[in-house]
Ligand binder design. Structure first.
Ligand code: G5P
Length: 224
């Protein structure tokens, strides 16, 4: 059996982590694990962690490290046979140290997108809550405004994409991300991609992954 490949994608809110993670998962067969999705599942199920997390997310704040590590690390431990890509964790140095103890990473991608681009994107993001499908005015709009393409159900805006929470989380991101980025740089596993458009970043990321792991299956290869 081939060895598990473990990757992390870092980037500010709205930098395209979710979008790029889906493309990587589709093209290279990695399992996409999103800390934001874990949180939203727990919020929907009204677990103790979910109820606590909601109060932070609504204010655009990070959920405390001890809550996040207890939520994310057991999910990683359950995956013993499948390569994965972790999106949204670690956010802080404490989370990075906890992840370091749990496993060895093969690759870390960092997305570098200008602040104004992030603000513009997130204020136009709409979600289908049941499936997690993401739409964006201009980039990937729904066929009918305000309605999910597949189910016809209404789209919503995340609490943390609303203006007050949005500015707070963009400001905070920079401060806490720097030591995490520096840590992975010092380990020699960090690759940074800078641009205002996901479609321009994607070919470089795809090339990088294809040098590390074989293309999953020709018919699942993502082509924008
Ligand atoms: P999440 O869910 O991890 P964020 O804030 O890190 O949320 P987010 O907002 O989901 O990340 P993203 O995944 O980086 O953004 O980006 P995306 O969703 O793919 O793209 C954003 C939008 O832009 C979409 O509408 C997409 O279609 C569009 N888009 C993409 N590319 C382009 C492009 O090239 N052009 C255009 N025009 N549009 C584009 O975390 C949520 C909250 O949970 C907590 C925090 O409170 C966080 O705020 N949390 C944690 N707290 C502590 N520690 C952790 N580890 C935590 N993880 C989550």
């Amino acid at each position: 059996m081939s060895r598990i490949f473990r990757a992390v994608i870092l980037g500010p809110p709205g930098s395209g982590k979710g979008t790029i993670s889906e493309r990587i998962a589709q093209s290279f067969g990695l399992q996409h694990l999103s800390s934001g999705d874990f949180l939203r599942e727990n919020i929907a199920a009204k677990t103790e962690a979910g109820v606590l997390a909601k109060t932070y997310i609504e204010k655009g704040l990070l959920v405390p490290d001890h809550v996040m590590t207890r939520l994310v690390l057991p999910r990683l431990e359950e995956i013993t046979r499948h390569s994965w890509l972790l999106d949204g964790f670690p956010r802080t140095l404490a989370q990075a140290h906890a992840l370091d103890i749990a496993c060895d990473l093969d690759l870390v991608i960092s997305l570098n997108v200008p602040f104004e681009t992030l603000k513009e994107r997130l204020s136009h993001r709409w979600i289908h809550p049941a499936s997690g499908r993401v739409y964006n005015k201009g980039f990937n709009p729904p066929r009918v405004k305000g309605v999910d393409d597949i189910t016809g159900e209404p789209l919503i805006q995340h609490e943390d994409d609303k203006p007050m929470a949005l500015v707070a989380r963009l400001r905070h991101y920079k401060d806490v991300a720097k030591p995490v980025i520096d840590l992975y740089k010092s380990k020699g596993i960090l690759h940074t991609f800078s641009d205002t458009e996901t479609d321009r970043i994607w070919p470089y990321i795809s090339t990088l992954f294809s040098t590390k792991i074989p293309m999953h299956q020709a018919d699942t290869h993502y082509a924008p």
